[in-house]
Design a protein around this ligand. Sequence first.
Ligand code: SAM
Length: 489
Amino acid sequence: MNFHILTLFPEMVEKGLNTSVIGKAVDKGRITLKTHNIRDYTTDKHKKVDDYPYGGGAGMLMQAQPVFDCFSAVREEIEKSGGKSRRVIYVTPQGKRFCQSMAEEFAQEENLVILCGHYEGIDERVLEEIVTDEVSIGDYVLTGGELPAMVITDAVARLVDGVLHNAESAHTETFYHDLLEYPQYSRPEEWKGKKVPEVLLSGDHKKIESWRREQAVSRTQKRRPDLYEKYERSSRCEAYLLQNKLHHIDMLETIRRGNAEILYFGEEGALLYEKNSGAYMITARDEESGKRMISHILPEGRERLEGVFSDFPGNSNREVTLFVSHQEFMNDFLCRQFGLLVEMECTQAVYTRKEPLPVKKGMDIRKLDERFLPVLKEHYDTYVEEGYVEERLKAGVMYGIFEREDLAGFIGTHKEGSIGMLEILEAYRNKGYAKALESFYINLHLRNGWTPFCQIKTGNERSFGLQKSLALYPAKEKLYWLGADESLV
Ligand code: SAM
């Protein structure tokens, strides 16, 4: 991931970030961190970048021209290297409050541009022209945007694959699953008469895990009632979905992996927004219930439902282009309402055990990088959304199986979390590669603490057979992907 920071004080940002974990991530090439001095772009012969505000008032304002030219140069640089500057953040005390889920959202980007203001801020016109997100780090006013830019960069960078030493730490720490982290202790066992809780010395991992969970829950309840309320909701929603685990595994995993906005759950069913894929997921008791839930995500005429959560930001103005419907009776209504088409009918299959699967010895399985894009594009024809395979490769979720140095097959994780995109190239079929690759990949998901699942397209008997041989249980019901792309139907 590449961070581009536009500032009048580049050395401040560089000195602040080029040490410790983030500095090492830069050295290892996991992230790049580039500062751009806005002053280098001023056309003023005295190198001036600020002026008095029209209408009077205290202080000076950064002018539009140098900011715009600096941004244009950065955009050009990003585009030259084949990227896009989709998110341009202006750090400002007037912005949306920065939080962990925003960090997770930003971590999905390949390039992040952060603009730092100084003095009294920046001429409004250039902000209107280039900024996509205004972000504040809290309700106080700082002298400049450099510290906020550093805060955001640090929080986002540590979520990038390979930046943290121990990937698990991001899964247990504060804010993951809307819980604060449990208390921690290190040597010595006794300090100033205070002993480390007995259970942590017991070596019983199950007991330790459940003690930590209890601590995290009670600590959150005491210290952050607002967060606890969110945690409680997702737990209740999970309990509801667990009534039919196999059929709801996508929704359950979306919540557990921290990618869900729960828009509604209650007597009528459940409605989620999956943040990575932009898909809405719905399960409804009956058609009328489903329609009532949907009314909640429509910008106009929202019906208030018992149990509807209306405090999720932005859920009313988002464009609806992708729906996962868990009951056929909802499809007609969803298609009409959002101009969608039923693109795929499938069945979810779930690996319900905790034990890893054996992987046949001598199998050469590796993570794939962008060099494999042409061959993946050539052989993966099921999903034709523009740029999808490339995005998955860049997300670092594609793995390949090799015979000598030749790619024999590949597998990946879809944006919404299911295992898929499995293809064995024709010349390498019937050699046990699919089984080895999927077993390896299931183990990878298990290591992340996830429940592995996949979605089998109706009629794909080969895949059904493979999933059965790997002990994945299929749901009884069908699942429907509804999208706006006619070419997929
Ligand atoms: N006059 C501005 C206002 O009242 O909104 C405040 C300007 S502040 C003194 C200068 C710069 O510091 C801002 O342009 C912004 O980039 C940055 N800044 C200050 N406080 C911030 C905060 N809490 N979060 C994010 N950025 C902040």
